[in-house]
Design a protein around this ligand. Structure first.
Ligand code: PHE
Length: 344
């Protein structure tokens, strides 16, 4: 029996040498020490020995079991360490590899231009105001001296939400509603700028969109004259298009301003020589403006004998397209990433 046990230990030592992983170690453990294992077989053979030899034999068997268990445990520690090392090696991260590129977004060209215009006017001391896009007819038309029979009030141009005689609710067709709302609440001096979305019943094409963006400015104080308007618009146009650009005013008509003008910029792309962008004219139409009609001031309880003012309004979409040479108004609305990427 003793020889059998020695062989068992020898066998264990040699098998442990070949054992490469924890799985095969486990199998070996079962093979040697398990219920049907060799050691258990020997233990079962105890009953065949004479009773006086049994205690001594039992002791030897137990010692052998302890010996084998120790060998297996030692091997187990070695294998756990080895497997951990292998795992770490396999999952190693090469921190010297270049990182995956994170692509950066950018502002929409219209946002860039709007921000630029806001920057120019806030540097002149203008405040930024906001007004509702869903508006009553009163603020969008009546208070601005746009009479009922004015063509701009035609259903063709304006989106009506409700139609109940006194308080028609519409989508504002111009940002001028905010002029009225500010003048009603604020005593002059007023110096404000208000950017926003406006809506008109137009079919979509290269130059029209049912929703577009305006910026409107309003100044009301004692002694404001056409010279102030002229100086402001010239300074603005130079800031936006470059120092060499000149502004010119042409007579025009708006119900809420009197007199009314349209301001052009000398074409900054051809120095007024005539090119594709100015359509050979040498000048580009930029905005509408004028001295606030005394009736509009009166509508807001501002005394037109004491106060005067000027207002101007421009389309951000059109100015953006001019500045970036975009030929179709629809493109900036499509949000095609290939288009937008160019403005980062
Ligand atoms: N609101 C006018 C428009 O939409 C523009 C404008 C504003 C003209 C202020 C003069 C003064 O056409």
């Amino acid at each position: 029996m003793e020889q059998k046990l020695n062989e068992l230990v020898e066998n264990c030592i040699s098998k442990l040498k070949d054992c490469q992983n924890l799985n095969s170690l486990n199998s070996l453990k079962i093979e040697l020490l398990g219920k049907n294992g060799e050691l258990t077989q020997i233990l079962r053979g105890l009953k065949d020995l004479p009773p006086q030899e049994r205690p001594q034999a039992g002791k030897i068997i137990n010692k052998t079991r302890e010996q084998i268990e120790k060998l297996i445990n030692e091997k187990e520690i070695v294998l756990i360490e080895l497997e951990l090392k292998n795992k770490l090696e396999q999952e190693r991260i090469d921190i010297t590899l270049p990182a995956a590129k994170v692509s950066r977004g950018g502002l929409h060209p219209q946002t860039i231009v709007r921000n630029r215009i806001i920057e120019i006017f806030t540097s002149m001391g203008y405040s930024i105001e906001d007004g509702p896009e869903i508006e009553t007819e009163y603020y969008n038309f009546e208070a601005l001296n746009i009479p009922d029979d004015h063509p701009a009030k035609d259903m063709q141009d304006t989106f009506f939400i409700t139609d109940n005689f006194k308080h028609n609710i519409i989508l504002r067709s111009q940002t001028s509603n905010t002029q009225i709302r500010v003048m009603e609440k604020t005593k002059p001096p007023i110096k404000m700028l208000n950017p926003g979305r406006v809506y008109r019943c137009d079919d979509i094409d290269a130059t029209h969109s049912p929703m577009f963006h305006q910026i409107e400015g309003l100044v009301v104080d004692k002694g404001i004259s056409m010279c102030d308007l002229n100086g402001t618009l010239s300074a603005f146009i130079k800031e936006l298009f470059g120092e060499k650009t000149r502004a010119r005013l042409r007579p025009s008509f708006f119900p809420f301003t009197e007199p009314s003008v349209e301001a052009d910029a000398s074409c900054p792309f051809c120095d007024s020589e005539g090119c594709k962008i100015c359509k050979g004219v040498g000048w580009i139409e930029i905005l509408g403006a004028g001295m606030v009609n005394p009736k509009v001031l009166e509508n807001c309880d501002i005394d037109p004998d004491v106060y005067t003012g000027f207002a101007f309004g421009l389309g951000i979409d059109r100015i953006t397209n001019i500045l970036y040479g975009i030929t179709d108004l629809r493109i900036p609305f499509e949000n095609d990433i290939r288009f937008l990427k160019q403005f980062r």
